[in-house]
Design a protein around this ligand. Sequence first.
Ligand code: DOR
Length: 448
Amino acid sequence: MASGALLIKNGRVIDPGRNFDQVASVLVRDGRISIVGEVPADQIPQGCQVIDATGLVVSPGFIDIHCHLREPGFEYKETIATGTRAGARGGFTSLCCMPNTEPPIDNAAVVDLIRRRSREDAVVRVHPVGCVTKGRKGKALAEMEELASAGVVAFSDDGDPVYDANIMRLALSYSADLGIPITNHCEEHALSRNGVMAEGWIATRLGLPGIPAAAEEAMIARDISLAELTGGRLHLAHITTSGAVPLLRQAKGKGLNVTAEVCPHHLTITDKWVLGTRGIESSGASTNAYDTSTKVYPPLRGGSDVEALIEGLADGLIDCIATDHAPHEPVSKQVTYNEAAFGISVLETALGSSLQLVHAGRMTLNSLVDRMTVGPARVLGPTFDELATLEPGTPADIVVFDSDLEWEVDPSKFESKGKNTPLRGTTLKGGVVTTIVEGKVVYTNAES
Ligand code: DOR
């Protein structure tokens, strides 16, 4: 992907890994960061492409450690081509794709296939996540060493938990040796059963089966015990409950190798969105109750959960934001709430959604950038460090964004095939202007 020279002039350069936050210019040469700061005129090569970033933020490209690109097997939902274009439009330069594909990513041949397709079709970096168990069936460990050698960056049966505690114990033991985290989708099925939204008065009023917070917390507690037993690297996928936060705090307090992610939707919208009226208290009839685009696993939860997650993210306890981008074809959402597929298309709204926390004064812009760059890199390990910084010499994966750009969410304009977002028609403040991977511009916002 490497290309010639590029000068990004006079932006607010935020590089949290180096505590760098000042107006500066960034010179890119041959796909790598060359200079950050004042760029002397005699250092600017002839024919250098120039981007004026005055009034804009320039940061390392975002790293998403949890998304679904659906290839192979579900190309009618998303492909590596469309998913990576969506990622670029969202400011992501690295996407870790989950293995609930068909076939699942449980052997080196499927990893190789994704790598080949990515070389042909991807506009941003794609890092496959391998299965924990064969076929994601939960019965026997996948060939984790083979998958590690093939280059997976994490292991997960995402979409499903690793049900069997002994298999999870073994997987965590191997993760310590391999230096690769196990990302568990924490869901105690005996508790979540046929639930479709958060348990509580809204589920009761709507007549929908609920999912209790304990379905998530029981498995988080189990996994933390197993991480302690094995010394393994546990990463908690998409945490959503206020009870998950102290569990994480306690685990980290003990010095365990446990990390966690939270999704933009769980930080910004609640189960009131299932009730309709976009979660706004209203005496009027709701026009969009049972909106299936709000159906996601784990479910949208209550206001006190959202509060706890924001606090945990702002103070650095929760390591990172991950999208859990879960694109679905329209038909799978054009059914009853009970029947609809779980998942939200998030890559293109993640920044605008998350920036609400900054605009509301809940966290600094610097911290937000940290949780979308350095945070995910820390979960994945040292090989990702160079993708999460603008340090001279590292690959030039960069996002330029306008934190004040207001835009209306129109899924018909999404690059993703997944138009399934509850944010349709809402206005977000903050949008990507340019995304650069290895020095090459892969996305430019024509409307900015
Ligand atoms: O809502 C979800 N959708 N949660 C998951 O864990 C899986 C995902 C999917 O693959 O559609």
